[in-house]
Design a protein around this ligand. Sequence first.
Ligand code: SF4
Length: 397
Amino acid sequence: MAQGLYIHIPFCGSKCHYCNFISVPNPDPEIRSRFFRCLFSEINWAQRQYGTLEFDTLYLGGGTPSLLTTGEMAGLLGKVREYFKLRPDAEVTCEWNPGDRRLLGGEDDPAQVKTFSSLGINRISLGAQTFDDPLLARLGRRHTARDTVLTIERMRNAGLSNISLDLMLRIPGQTVESFRTSLEKAVALEVSQISLYDLEIHAGTVFGRLDRDKKLDLPDERVHAAMYELACHRLPNAGYQHYEISNFAKPPSERHPEGFFSRHNLVYWRNGEYLGLGPGAFSYLGGVRRQFARDLERYLRKCESEDWSNDVEDVLTNEEKEIESLAMRLRLAEGVNPADFPLANSRVSRNLEELLQEGFLKREGMKIRLTPRGQFLSEDVFGFLLRKDDAGNCQAL
Ligand code: SF4
């Protein structure tokens, strides 16, 4: 059974300076309706291909799904329920950018949140990024810190209280003090989860060009590490559980027995099965990882010509499945018992031992976990863990 459904909505108010996601700025109505026609035929195809899948989570990402009109959202969720089963207690998340609707169509629509909520959306992933207005402008974001606060207020008034808030690290010009202020504002807002993201620089973006011309004042590694450490100390003190490398959520309580961990992302981190729809989306079903279309133009063309071949298709061996599971589970604070993954363990055991010896991993009982140093350098740690040969050592990570 698939556990998670991801749908990619490829529209935004404008393009942020760092963005390399599949998103079209300010799309005209024609492209919007063309996209929905294609998405509905892909849903139809997926149902024919996989049967009536049942999902525990639905995640609307992008792009900016909060830009959908209430009619578009009702049509989309109606189609999902017509072709698949969404469990009654499913987690249904919508990514949201504060202030976008005001930019595109007059004032924010207070009824929008209520309608989205009545359609079944019960969790919001809010792209706050920082509460420092000059840094927001630097990023090319379309909102201010005040927009973020007002958006959260409006959501709570509409009864939507499960809000996860994104904060970004490594913004050009960002200081530890600026990050500390943003962190404190996020804590004061008492959101249910705080997710940290490192700014990445991609060729073809505004920041990519500035970086090539050496005009981007990115915080150095020392400042970057200080920001991450600050969050790792402050958020648990404020009652958040550090359950994944970059994610901190309110833990279970009497009132909320499950806590506020992202159920959808836990599907990925536990290497569960999921269906991804829309341009660029990946699926992982029956041991096959696939991507139907790598960009929007291709997506529209392939759907319209009913060409359901995959742009990417990897059939994973049992060993590859185990290695992926082991690496994904290592992201979680709960850690992993390598003995549960015998095929993977026999291939990477020497790398694991070396990472343990060098202090990137620690052993606790039967389980191994990332140390704080391993968490900060996690991408390098996973790169070392997964390499095929065991030449060299990891001291230089
Ligand atoms: S809101 Fe997200 S997807 Fe849209 S342009 Fe900005 S970074 Fe890209």
